[in-house]
Write a protein that binds this ligand. Structure first.
Ligand code: ADP
Length: 256
């Protein structure tokens, strides 16, 4: 993986009131790279990707997506606070899949997948439907276009949520513990879809996961966060087989 990073975190800090959740970390994600974020509950993992989605604003540092500063933009040579248009443009590069699917319950699977490309990207209904069918095929659900979310299993709903994000053709996909709300027997099918995507694509992926075997298999790099810090990062074999910090050693023991 060469070229310029698609995402850069530079000394990024985040506090909620007195609670210092992230104390300043640097992390670059390269185009096509798959990076898993692991760490104990409350270590700021979700906050990191919420900041990337512009749902939370960092209290320090910079986040740069595809060369553009997320929260600042240049006007007449000066850096000023980003406006909604700037944020929307950057957000267009990023797709997100949530823990709880967040499908629109009153819309068919097809409409769930075509609403944003029509409304946000301005595609025609026909173009959006073609893309949706293509992506639903990828996740093995092209036969469900006329169904409603309540007619699907949790695993199927999550696969629709993945297809819906793919329809927007993002450069970066964020997956936030996408299997943690699923019954154990449905986890495998969702992980398989993500693995297939990872193998196919030039798309970068950032995954928060508690599935260590999955992280090991899919990731180019794993980043371990704890106590507000990026404690260790590197190739999965290195992190999982040869953890350096006591913090990571004790974290991994929970999964062995
Ligand atoms: P993780 O994903 O690693 O479990 P989170 O990023 O969800 O961690 O949360 C990190 C910490 O920040 C937690 O202590 C959480 O309670 C706190 N937190 C997250 N979002 C908010 C918020 N909007 N307001 C106040 N505290 C928050």
């Amino acid at each position: 993986m060469t070229g310029k990073p698609i995402v850069q975190f530079k000394n990024v800090k985040k506090s909620f009131g007195d609670l210092e959740v992230l104390k300043g970390f640097d992390l670059d994600i390269m185009p096509g790279e798959k990076v898993s974020i692991i760490g104990p509950s409350g270590s700021g993992k979700t906050t990191i990707i919420r900041m990337l989605m512009t749902l939370e604003k960092p209290t320090g540092g910079e986040i740069i997506v595809d060369g553009e500063n997320l929260w600042h933009m240049e006007v007449n040579g000066k850096l000023v606070e980003a406006n909604e248009k700037h944020l929307r443009k950057i957000r267009g590069n990023i797709g997100m899949v949530f823990q709880h699917f967040n499908l629109f319950p009153h819309m068919t699977i097809m409409r769930n997948c075509t609403e944003a490309p029509v409304q946000v990207l301005g595609l025609s209904k026909k173009e959006a439907e073609q893309r949706a069918v293509q992506m639903l095929k990828k996740v093995g659900l092209a036969d469900k276009v006329n169904n409603y979310p309540f007619q699907l299993s949790g695993g199927q709903k999550q696969r629709v949520a993945i297809a819906r994000a793919l329809v927007m053709q993002p450069k970066v996909m964020l997956f936030d513990e996408v299997t943690s709300a699923l019954d154990p027997e449905l986890v495998g099918e969702v992980l398989q879809v993500i693995k297939d995507l990872a193998e196919q694509g030039d798309m970068s992926m950032i995954l928060i996961t508690h599935e260590m075997d999955f992280a090991m298999e899919i990731s180019d790099r794993v980043a371990f966060f704890a106590d507000g810090l990026l404690m260790e990062e590197g190739p999965p074999q290195e992190l999982f087989n040869n953890p350096k910090s006591d913090r990571l050693k004790s974290f991994l023991q929970r999964f062995s």
